[in-house]
Design a protein around this ligand. Structure first.
Ligand code: ADE
Length: 258
């Protein structure tokens, strides 16, 4: 599912996620470009370039462009957290994107709302085959048995955090340059994009750059909040105790998979 030959770019949204991944890589060395540290090394026999995406669409687009144009990655995996929008998408669940939209792109009346001028597209879709394979691997990586006995997940105590076992969803992730944290903003997004499962700040920008360069990509998000008035309260604790570990378990499983 991930390329055996050629470099894989792993973009992490949070420093905690990146560090957890670097701790697993035996041989990484840093190269600096555009003010970012790109960590080149190996994991499970694959050549990996790991980097912090930085926050927001432009920052993530720059990071993606450097990964592709300078470091020559053949594929990109993005992990991070997101606010849950879809009914039944709970804190602690995971969403694998099969479509991405920039929810704050609006060049109307010149172009339809959400359309990316010059592409004729509003929605970007990673390859369906790859998405299905990624989803299956992620489901396995976060299965109840892995949460009990897995290398990276055994010490995730969901009950202490009031969380249920993770469910893996597949669907639309929307991205924009706002941290969404009010019931009103959340309702407006759901009205404009009813099928959206999650909202974050980078995925659809990564997708646009990958689309332009013809590079396959995967965006996976752990739900850290419900994008409502409680959003900021849940965030830091969740990242440390859950999201960092899920992210590592998922990336590890993807890199191990054939
Ligand atoms: N990332 C995590 N939660 C988010 C939210 N509520 N809005 C935007 N990005 C997020």
């Amino acid at each position: 599912m991930l390329t055996r030959t050629g470099r894989i770019g792993v973009m992490a949204a949070m420093p905690e996620e990146l560090q957890a991944l670097l701790d697993l890589m035996p041989d990484e060395t840093a190269q600096h470009r555009a003010g970012r540290a790109f960590w080149i090394g190996h994991l499970h026999g694959r050549e990996v370039v790991a980097v912090l995406s930085r926050i927001g669409k432009v920052a993530a687009a720059t990071t993606t462009t450097v990964l592709i144009e300078h470091f020559g990655v053949r594929q990109i995996v993005f992990t991070g957290v997101a606010g849950g929008l879809g009914d039944g998408v709970r804190v602690g669940d995971v969403v694998v994107a099969d479509a991405l939209v920039q929810h704050d792109m609006d060049a109307s009346p010149l172009f339809p709302r959400f359309e990316l001028p010059g592409t004729g597209l509003s929605m970007l879709r990673p390859s369906a085959d790859q998405t299905a394979a990624v989803r299956a691997t992620v489901e396995q990586a976060l299965a109840p048995s892995a949460l009990v006995a897995g290398d990276t997940l055994a010490d995730v105590h969901l009950d202490e955090l009031g969380l249920a076992l993770p469910r893996v969803h597949q669907g639309l992730i929307v991205s924009g340059d706002q941290f969404v944290h009010s019931a009103q903003a959340c309702a407006a997004l759901k009205q404009a994009l009813p099928s959206a499962l999650a909202v974050e700040m980078e995925g659809a920008a990564v997708a646009q750059v990958c689309h332009d360069f013809g590079v396959p990509y995967t965006v996976i998000r752990t739900i850290s909040d419900r994008a409502d008035d409680q959003a900021h309260v849940d965030f830091p604790r969740f990242i440390q105790s859950v999201a960092r570990r899920y992210s590592l378990a998922m990336v590890d499983a993807l890199l191990r998979a054939q």
